[in-house]
Structure formats: C-alpha cells, structure tokens
Design a binder for this molecule. Structure first.
Ligand code: HMG
Length: 388
C-alpha cells in the first residue's frame, strides 16, 4: 500500500490593513460592479512597511508549529516571487525567527504563482526519498504589486501560507499522479529592476485557461478520472472571476447538478480570496483554507487542484480530505483575522504603497505598525533587514 503523504497543518497570515474595492472604484471612476462582479473581488490586503515576505511567512508558520515540529522539520522550502534577496533564501531568516533546528535544509524556489506547488511536490518527493525524514515546512509568501491606477491594481494583495507536510497527514493526503505543462511565454513577469509586475492582462487570462485545458485533459488521459469524481475543484485565484471561468470551462459538458455543486464549493473556496486579493504563490492554498473553513465536505472527499504560475507552468493534482481535517484546519481563524483588519482610505493605501526601504545602505528605523504580528521588520542598516 502506498504511504499517505500530504498537508498535516496549514496556517495563514495577511497584513492588518485593507482597501475596500468599492471605494477604490469610486476613486478611479470605475463602476464598483466591475470590481465586485467583473473581477470578483471585494477587498485587498495592503502591506505596511514593517511586513515583508519573510515576516509574513514567519507569522503564518508560528501559529501552527509546535515545539516538536520545530525540532523535527527536516527541510524548509520558501516559495516566493517577491523575495528580499537575490542570493540568500528567505527560509534561513524564517528558520532563525521560529527557532527551527539547524539540521534542516533551507532553500527558496521560484516560478511565479506555481512556486508553492513546486515546493509542495518537492516536499512529498523529499519524504518519499528519505525514510528517516518526518516533516517538511512549505512556505508561500508574496506581495502582489502592479502600481497605483494601473489595470492590475484591483488584483493586488499580500499574504503567506505555511503548510507542514508529513506522512499520515491529518488534512489532505496528496495523490501521486499529476499532470503538468511548462512553456516559455511572456504573459506576466517582473524584471530585477522593477518592484511592480508587468502583465499582458487579457493574454495572461487566456494562457491561464489554455494551461488549465491542457493539464486537465492530460490528467484525465493519465488516470481516466472524471469531473464527477471530485467534490470540489480549487484554482489558483489571481482574482475570483478567473477561477470561476476555469470552473465553467472544465464543467461545461457536465450535468446541471454537478455544475451547481461544484459552483457551491467554489464559492466557499473563494470567501477569503475575495477579501485578501492575489497573494501569488499562496493563492491556491488560501483557497484550500477557505474551503476547509467554510465547507462541510465529508472525510475522504476528493479535491482537484489547478496551480498556475505565469511564464508559465500549470499543474493539475489531487488529494483526499482526511478524517480529522475539520478540527486540524481551524488552527488559524481566518475570518476573524480579516474582520480585525483596519480599513485604509485610498489615499492612505497610496501612501503605504509608495513607502520604500533605503537602497543605498543608509539606516532606517521603523516604528512598529503591525499590532497583532509576532514578527515584524524593525528597520535596515548596512543593506541588511533587521527582524524582530
Ligand atoms: P481590465 O482591462 O481592467 O478588465 O483588466 P476588463 O475590461 O477585461 O474587465 C474585466 C471584467 O469585468 C470583464 O468580464 C468585464 O465584462 C467585466 P469578463 O469579460 O472577463 O467576463 N465588467 C463588468 N462587470 C460587471 N459590471 C460592470 C463591468 N464592467 C466591466 N460595470 C485584468 C482585468 C484582470 C486583465 C487586469 O486587472 C490585470 O491585468 N491583472 C493582472 C494580471 C492577472 O491577474 N492575470 C491573471 C492570469 S495570470 C495569473 O494568474 C498569474 C498571476 O497570478 C501571476 C503569477 O503567476 O505570479 C497574475
């Protein structure tokens, strides 16, 4: 019998500030229904200067890890496309901040929003290859930035997901067969000199749907699976409307009952994404958390997951919910975290957006802004970030 490996714990962190997209629509002279219905987003996380991808990842992980986990983690894989350093892995900062034992591998991976899926699959491979290894920590942390008053502005966001991958997982056991597809395309990218992303908006959405079509059909050809085998299908969610288009695409030939039940689960799986925005590599896993905390699917329900990272890589993979998933996935109360955030006006958001750390080695001391975070950025000196 194949040993079960998958997600045993899942945590999340998003900054304490948000922007109301109806207010943004009024300010940008756009019909609010374009943002709420056409894009399918209600609110957007805004990052203060004292949070970055390292602190967000540490804040997501600290909520779920026990002292035993810290001692037993054998590998830390940090997935991001908004990393703070070209050389050093974000995983090393997180290792120190959390007190994870030093006999662990620590590394960073990148492929746009696909990064956390690459990390998750690598974690599974690590556990298969190393019989003495018990736990791998997967982190997906990003800040999605397109720029003030750009077409992509409504699809910004920020946050981090932390997942503990183990044998005999208590949340989601991952199945071994998956279908993946990679191709060098320019739909979305961020050159080293830019702190905002470039996107060919409409083209990127077409590529997302093309990659979905390719990997879903490859998966079906490999496994003979049918859509009816899945209780829910989860998507990378750059904004909820695109996930909805993906669901409509793969369920177009299904009967009305199946279409309606998948749509009902999709709605539950995007409750949090509607309020956080795109968190790039963590977005699919925020959708998983949204499903886990808002749905009451039975144990053993099978999930399909579509991961997409621009550039581009797509993967369709699957898993089954485990008997204790409902208790174990409540370690972080995401709805409460979102309700406790502070709303910013559009001009306050623009001020936050334009704040930047020094790039010339000069010193900066940041007065703490995040009141509920365990970890935050204290400042910079000598080209180094100082964390607390
Ligand atoms: P846009 O040009 O502002 O939007 O860009 P639009 O004019 O295409 O309108 C969007 C939708 O709103 C349309 O619906 C309109 O009809 C509708 P659709 O045709 O799509 O069904 N609409 C309205 N609906 C109701 N009431 C109204 C109304 N007015 C219009 N009054 C775009 C939108 C998403 C392209 C832009 O925000 C953008 O460029 N975002 C960034 C790129 C992006 O998110 N791409 C997604 C695919 S790529 C991906 O997922 C990877 C990524 O996460 C990065 C990574 O991998 O690292 C981005």
């Amino acid at each position: 019998m194949i040993e079960k490996i998958g997600i045993d714990k899942i945590g999340f962190y998003t900054p304490e500030f948000y922007l109301d997209l109806t207010e943004l629509a009024h300010e940008r002279d756009v019909d609010p229904n374009k943002f709420k219905i056409g894009i399918g987003q209600d609110e957007q996380a805004v990052v203060p200067l004292d949070q970055d991808v390292v602190t967000m990842a540490a804040n997501a992980a600290v909520k779920i890890l026990s002292a035993d986990d810290l001692a037993e983690i054998d590998e830390i894989i940090f997935a991001t496309e908004s990393g703070i350093d070209q050389s050093k892995a974000g995983a090393l900062y997180v290792q120190r901040l959390l007190g994870i034992n030093p006999r662990a591998r620590a590394l960073e991976v990148k492929e746009a929003c696909y990064g956390a899926t690459a990390a998750l699959q690598t974690a599974v491979d690590h556990l298969i290859a190393h019989a003495d290894s018990q736990k791998v920590l997967v982190l997906g942390s990003d800040v999605a930035r397109y720029g003030v008053a750009t077409a992509g502005e409504v699809t910004q966001g920020a946050g981090a997901v932390a997942m503990l991958v183990t044998r005999q997982p208590r949340i989601l056991a991952l199945e071994r067969t998956s279908a993946y597809f990679s191709e060098d395309i320019m739909d979305f990218w961020r050159p080293n000199y830019s702190d905002t992303a470039f996107a060919k908006g409409k083209y990127s959405t077409e590529q997302y749907l093309r990659f979905l079509d390719l990997v879903w059909h490859d998966y079906q050809a490999k496994t003979s699976a049918e859509l009816a085998d899945f209780a829910a299908v989860l998507f990378h969610i750059p904004y909820t409307k695109l996930g909805l288009k993906g669901l409509r695409q793969i369920s177009a030939d299904s009967n009305t009952e199946l279409q309606e039940s998948l749509l009902a689960q999709f709605t539950k799986a995007t409750v949090f994404n509607r309020r956080v925005g795109n968190i790039y590599t963590g977005s699919l896993y925020l959708s998983l958390l949204s499903l886990l905390q808002n749905s009451d699917l039975p144990a053993n329900a099978r999930l399909g997951l579509f991961s997409y990272g621009s550039g581009a890589v797509g993967e369709f993979f699957t898993g089954t919910l485990q008997p204790r998933y409902q208790d174990v996935s409540q370690q972080v109360n995401v709805a409460e975290m979102l309700d406790q955030r502070q709303k910013l006006s559009v001009s306050e958001y623009e001020t936050f957006f334009n704040q930047a750390l020094p790039t010339d080695g000069s010193e900066m001391v940041i007065t703490p802004i995040s009141k509920n975070a365990t970890f935050y950025l204290q400042g910079m000196t000598d080209h180094q970030r100082l964390y607390k």
